[in-house]
Design a protein around this ligand. Structure first.
Ligand code: HSE
Length: 445
């Protein structure tokens, strides 16, 4: 094997937990293969972690371990800083300081980039350094690379992804076992799939961070997490999963970024998707992203969205990219957000009321003459076309002699504001006995 004459590029890790440990391990295990690809060795020479004893035991005596991350950033020998601390607080300061010190940055921090990306990428552009973030979206799946480079010929129409493993695990269990959300969440926590504080996952925030980043590189718009519509899975009822299945659909938490007539849709919410789509069969904690481009058609990317070595795989891919491009003219590198900074689009992110999609509605109604006609009449008056109706026999829902029943309606596409208005009228009918359940539906055709 030919080896490069150049000394290895020097890397400092900020945080050596699950992902940092994986980076260290995989870099060592595959160092020859990585050298053959990158043309230059990649060496972690310094690690900052609050638990210095644990960190030192992990990396051995030849790597310098410090407790203060600023010591890594100010070390002139370090070329690349890998930020694996997470969150928006100290991580933001450290990333900005690293850029200011002229270091390239690799980060898995989706929250930081989705919220403060504009400031961070602008600073990196001014300094001529790279900020790479493959690990921030869908862990080991190289979706950033695919969107930013592999699909660069395309006008991207939409992206729809299962980009949170915790919620996909919970939904898979709810469907498989017919269990309620709360029961499965506790089980997921016991098995270590869900964090002790699972809020960001189950409320859709983590998926929205990732969808925000994908929307930016797909459409060349600034990162705008504050404009994303975010709805998690906490209100999902096991019976809707069952009804969806009877109609040929599965319910998944999707992150969607879509080019629309008046701007960009950026939304995370539970969605019915046809059971026959490959992505509908992505189960457990796995992730998958569909991308529709005008030239390539529909593409699908599948893999592990979290975990030590899958995430390390993405971090190291960024390290190899930076190693190759380190000495290149900054203007020749792939732009952070795929589009040249002076060619970004100001297409607005649309409010949810302007999104166009189709719907699943579940109504608990009095089992009496004319109810179905009144409900469908209100939808017809609003210009909303019905795709399918499922009415359970009253005794299936409420037992023998029941006086109420479930009415499930699938609609064709309409703008959300129109659906909101129609739902308010339907809700006001005396025969509608409980709040209407509404779940959006995507055909992903
Ligand atoms: N908690 C995330 C998930 C992984 O469950 O997919 C990190 O974003």
């Amino acid at each position: 094997m030919k080896s490069s004459n150049l000394a290895p590029i020097k890397v400092g890790l900020l945080g050596i937990g699950t992902v940092g440990g994986g980076v260290f391990k995989v870099l060592n295990r595959n160092q020859e293969e990585i050298l053959r690809r990158g043309g230059r060795g990649i060496e972690i020479t310094m690690v900052a972690d609050l638990d210095t004893a644990r960190a030192q035991a992990l990396v051995g005596p030849h790597v310098q371990v410090v407790s203060d991350a600023r010591a890594v950033i100010s070390n002139p020998e370090i070329d690349i800083v890998v930020e694996l601390i997470g969150g928006y607080g100290i991580a933001r300061q450290l990333v900005m300081q690293a850029i200011d010190a002229g270091k390239h940055v690799v980060t898995a921090n989706k929250a930081l980039l989705a919220v403060h990306g504009t400031e961070i990428f602008a600073a990196a552009h001014r300094k001529g350094v790279m900020v790479a973030f493959e690990a921030a979206v869908a862990g080991g799946i190289p979706i950033i690379k695919a969107l930013r480079e592999g699909l660069t010929a395309n006008r991207i129409d939409w992206i729809a992804g299962i980009i949170n493993g915790t919620t996909n695990f919970i939904l898979s269990e709810m469907r498989d076992k017919g269990l309620d959300f709360d029961v499965v969440l506790k089980e997921a926590q016991r098995l270590g799939y869900a964090e002790a504080d699972p809020t960001f996952d189950i409320e859709g925030v983590d998926a929205a961070h990732k969808a925000t980043l994908m929307a930016s590189i797909a459409f060349g718009i600034p990162v705008q997490f504050d404009k994303a519509y975010v709805e998690g899975i906490t209100q999902l009822d096991a019976q809707d999963i069952k009804y969806a299945e009877q109609l040929g659909y599965r319910i998944k938490l999707l992150g969607i970024a879509k080019r629309a007539a008046g701007g960009i849709e950026l939304r995370v919410h539970p969605s019915l998707i046809p059971g026959k789509r490959l992505i509908a069969n992505v189960e457990g904690a796995m992730n998958a992203v569909m991308v529709q481009g005008d030239a390539v058609g529909t593409t699908l990317y599948y893999g592990k969205g979290a975990g030590s070595e899958p995430t390390a795989s993405a971090v190291i891919a960024d390290l190899v990219d930076i190693t190759r491009l380190h000495t290149a003219d900054a203007a020749q590198r792939v732009p952070h957000l795929a589009f040249q900074p002076d060619a970004m689009s100001d297409a607005p992110v649309l409010p949810i009321s302007e999104v166009v999609t189709s719907y699943y509605l579940r109504l608990k109604v009095a089992d009496e003459a004319g109810v179905l006609a009144r409900v469908t009449g209100l939808l017809a008056n609003a210009g909303i076309s019905i795709d399918a109706v499922l009415q359970r026999e009253a005794d299936e829902v409420g037992g023998e002699g029941a006086t109420q029943t479930d009415l499930i309606i699938l609609t064709h596409e309409c703008v959300e504001a129109r659906m909101n208005a129609a739902m308010a009228q339907i809700q006001a009918l005396p025969s509608v006995l409980a709040p209407i359940t509404r779940i959006r539906k995507e055909e992903l055709a």
